[in-house]
Write a protein that binds this ligand. Structure first.
Ligand code: C2E
Ligand code: MG
Ligand code: MG
Ligand code: MG
Length: 285
């Protein structure tokens, strides 16, 4: 009991604040944080969409919303460079809400104007799980956009869920009660106990790109991917591979029984306009 108490006391927010303190000293960090605040006011953030296709039908079933920062001087800044700063500073709450609303509006528009009925997948960060009333925010967005709940999927990482297991389990339950799908992003890279998989109400596993990269040349990677697919299917989960860049990778994933793929082989993340064009091309056959 003592050890648990101590872990509780030392963990969570205290460690978090300590890290923030250290990082806040960096000049770059402060600069980016300030610019990011301005960027939101100036509408410099834009949502791009990357298609996910069904391995068998090769049809686009969904699209992942990926935020982009169109910096007036520096050009496009990748989320890898600013999401962690947005997380530490709390700006992620606002960015997350923007991406959620924007992508639900977009999916609803595609459905209403006859372009396509697809699901949008929105990334949710650890900070959003800790601080935001995520289920309520998601419920509100579904209500305002009138997007059917089965057309929204949330991508969460295992590690963010493992941070606070009981809170995460309760949150996942509320989200799945809303009818949205949940998928575990970057699967295989975080530390997660497999026994939690059956307790989390999740719908899909997204195999991390690092396992796909050398899948056709490294038998160990193929074995890991195969194991994840078998595990996922035995738990009735949809399995998707991210970072698919070649025909050979696709063929192997198909052979292993993977359900969906996403990656440069199909398309890079596209502006909403380019994504619309791709959906219309698919529609006209
Ligand atoms: P993620 O959710 O795992 O997204 C997949 C990343 O892999 C994206 O990078 C995507 O552009 C990239 N990718 C997709 N296919 C390929 C491929 O075939 N080859 C290679 N080399 N890369 C590929 P991106 O857009 O730079 O995003 C990086 C990460 O930033 C995301 O990883 C996600 O964790 C985070 N992120 C992006 N947008 C958001 C957002 O709106 N909210 C939150 N919380 N996080 C976001
Ligand atoms: Mg993702
Ligand atoms: Mg991913
Ligand atoms: Mg990844």
């Amino acid at each position: 009991a003592m050890a648990t108490q101590q872990a509780k006391y030392l963990g969570g927010n205290n460690i978090q604040l300590y890290h923030q303190g250290l990082e806040n000293q960096s000049k770059d960090y402060m600069e980016i944080e300030g610019e990011l605040r301005k960027a939101m006011q100036n509408n410099e953030l834009e949502v791009f969409y990357q298609p996910k296709v069904n391995v068998h039908s090769q049809c686009i079933e969904s699209a992942e919303a990926l935020v982009r920062w169109q910096h007036p001087k520096k050009g496009v800044i990748s989320p890898a460079e600013f999401i962690h700063i947005a997380e530490d500073s709390g700006l992620i709450a606002e960015i997350g809400e923007f991406v959620l609303l924007e992508s639900c509006l977009q999916a609803k528009q595609w459905a209403d104007n006859g372009t396509a009925e697809i699901t949008v997948s929105v990334n949710v960060s650890a900070h959003q799980l800790r601080h935001e009333n995520l289920a309520q925010a998601v419920g509100n967005v579904l209500k305002t956009t009138k997007l059917p709940e089965n057309q929204l999927e949330l991508e969460l990482t295992e590690s963010s869920l493992m941070e606070n297991l009981s809170a995460a389990t309760a949150l996942l339950k509320r989200l799945s009660d809303l009818g949205v799908s949940i998928s575990l992003d970057d699967f295989g890279t975080g530390y997660s106990s497999l026994s939690h998989l059956k307790r989390f109400p999740v719908d899909g596993l997204k195999i991390d790109r690092s396992f796909i990269k050398d899948i056709t040349s490294k038998p160990e990677d193929e074995a890991i991917v195969n194991a994840i697919i078998v595990l996922g299917h035995s738990l009735n989960l949809k399995v998707i591979a991210e970072g698919v860049e070649s025909k050979e990778q696709l063929a192997l994933l198909d052979q292993l029984g993977c359900d969906e793929i996403q990656g440069y082989f199909i398309a890079k993340p596209l502006s909403s306009q380019d994504m619309t064009t791709m959906l219309l091309q698919q529609k006209s056959g």
